[in-house]
Ligand binder design. Sequence first.
Ligand code: F6P
Length: 342
Amino acid sequence: MRIGVLTGGGDCPGLNAVIRAVVRKGISTYGHEFVGFRDGWRGPLEGNTRELGIAQVRGILPRGGTILGSSRTNPFKIDGGVEKIKSNLAELGIDALVAIGGEDTLGVAAKLTDLGVNVVGVPKTIDNDLGATDYTFGFDTAVNIAMEAIDRLHTTAESHHRTLVVEVMGRHAGWIALHAGLAGGANVILLPERQFDVEQVAGYVEKRFQTQYSPIVVVAEGAQPLDGQMVTHNQELDAFGHVRLGGIGQWLAEQLEAKTGKEARTVVLGHIQRGGTPTAFDRVLATRFGLGAIDAVHEGDFGKMVALQSTDIVRVPLADATRELKTVPVERYTEAEVFFGS
Ligand code: F6P
């Protein structure tokens, strides 16, 4: 078979590990051929390819980013986009696609499957918010980066008797904030799943200062105050209708400083959480996903996504993965609340 591979959406540590596993097993075990599509769905849309063989995947296991490039291109928002993809795939002799991405990229994959394109999906996102899989690769790396930042912030916050607000990624799901906050011993964690009361947060901050320690507040970029709304960078929407978030940390620090009389500063971790080398957990998960994906392609089991359920790699319908976002359940937040303000 001649198989196309693409990576779409926000990049994520471990993408290259998936590509490597797909190509290595695909060639050495099954004797398939590969074509790399550049920049997500833009690649098949524009017929933009690069060579993808064993030589091209040598040495990429620990590298962050994606050797194929990425974009948030949505072919369903482009006139004649789907027809263009189909004709390009036919012209290039592509029998099947491995699409590595999050809800948007895999949403396109699910729709293309219904239109007769042979696709197998691999779940990727640092947000860990895809349904049907216990974890996505990239999440563990992002959490470790954020945890390390929080560890460092504790000591400087204490030296200066300041509140430090750490803004992490997480548009609709607060998994990164929850896990990094728990692992880093944050004193308050604020998630998109639950609107927060700024007076209550100020109360936690004051309580923490009374213990002679300084508060660390971890806030997901999509968190909102009661009766408030998400803080956005601007109003522009991307091809999947997402607005660019950012600024809740700064807003919150100003509020906390005014309410507590103690200096409050903000650190926005931003793309640092997505860059650089993946953790061992993510390298192994990404590799296992890649091996599972090429097996599915080889068996002609299309319209599926590989997923981690417990410790097993399984296959689920692509539609299941994208039907509903996996958000943080109330009981997980309740566990974290035990530590708030103390
Ligand atoms: O979906 C992953 C993610 O990192 C989100 O957490 C974040 O909201 C978004 O991507 C940011 O995307 P971009 O880098 O395109 O602004």
